[in-house]
Design a protein around this ligand. Structure first.
Ligand code: MLT
Length: 268
């Protein structure tokens, strides 16, 4: 198991190795690096895939201090993996919270990414209403109801069609959410306090692919269109029959868009 220590927190990552173009995947809340299994399987013959468990998730450490969780901390953990592997640059892929962290990565380490994939994510900060909702979730988790919060989250994250017609995906998502309460509380804090990244978008001067599930109700279509509009030359792909976790709900379409983008980068 590969790890790197960042500010005394153990950060776990998986690296397929090989000579291919390195692609670093950053996961959503409240899942971990394993959510990228369908992408790793599809890509690893041709690309070097790297997945990271952010602090609080998967096999990484989960500090109790919620103020130690932020998008800057998450970005620093992704950068530490890049440095540990002695890579100069990676293609950075972030889904939802992973996208918020990817935007912080672009702000803090702009020279370390050659291309960017932003999936089911947004540049805007939380509204007051969204913050209040997250505070309630933190309180429920503190009161011992992590599993109840998981049930609520699953219903919001997945499309109707997935919930009713793909029980294997629903079960897999629940398994992927089996993370420590401290990780939930900390990441909710990080999302509540994340800055608005809209002003940074015009400075992202690298090829960018924006992907979003057709039925994503957490990050609406307008947020994806805004990313495309503000990031020069960005491409937008809508994944049919998918909600917020488009990479797990419709992996073939997601992987198709990703492979096309990566192949173009290879030949550019
Ligand atoms: C995620 O999928 O990472 C979260 O749902 C994002 C959010 O709640 O803003």
């Amino acid at each position: 198991m590969a790890t790197v220590s960042v500010d005394d927190v153990k950060i776990h990552f998986e690296d397929s190795g090989g000579d291919g173009m390195p692609v670093l995947f950053v996961h959503a809340f409240p899942l971990g690096a394993q959510m990228w299994e369908p992408q790793v399987e599809a890509l690893q013959d041709r690309f070097r895939t790297i997945t990271v468990d952010l602090q609080g998730f998967g096999d990484s450490g989960a500090p109790d201090d919620r103020t130690s969780y932020s998008m800057d901390t998450f970005a620093a953990q992704a950068k530490a993996v890049v440095d540990q592997l002695a890579l100069n640059q990676v293609v950075l892929v972030g889904l939802s919270m992973g996208g918020y962290a990817a935007l912080a990565f672009m702000r803090n380490y702009p020279g370390s990414a050659t291309a960017l994939v932003l999936a089911d994510t947004r540049a805007e900060a939380d509204s007051d209403e969204a913050r209040a909702k997250r505070t309630k979730q933190q309180e429920r988790i503190e009161a011992g109801d992590r599993d109840g919060v998981i049930e609520t989250l699953v219903k919001g994250l997945l499309a109707e069609g997935t919930l009713s017609g793909k029980p294997d995906v629903v079960a897999r998502v629940k398994r992927l959410m089996d993370n420590p309460p401290a990780g939930f509380i900390g990441a909710l804090e990080a999302m509540k306090t994340r800055p608005d990244s809209t002003a940074d978008l015009a400075r992202i001067g690298i090829p960018t692919l924006v992907i979003t599930g057709e039925n994503d109700s957490i990050t609406p279509r307008e947020s994806a269109v805004k990313l495309q509009d503000y990031i020069g030359g960005a491409r937008l792909v809508i994944v049919p029959d998918a909600g917020h976790l488009s990479n797990l709900e419709a992996p073939e379409a997601f992987n198709g868009a990703l492979l096309e983008f990566l192949t173009e980068l290879e030949t550019a």
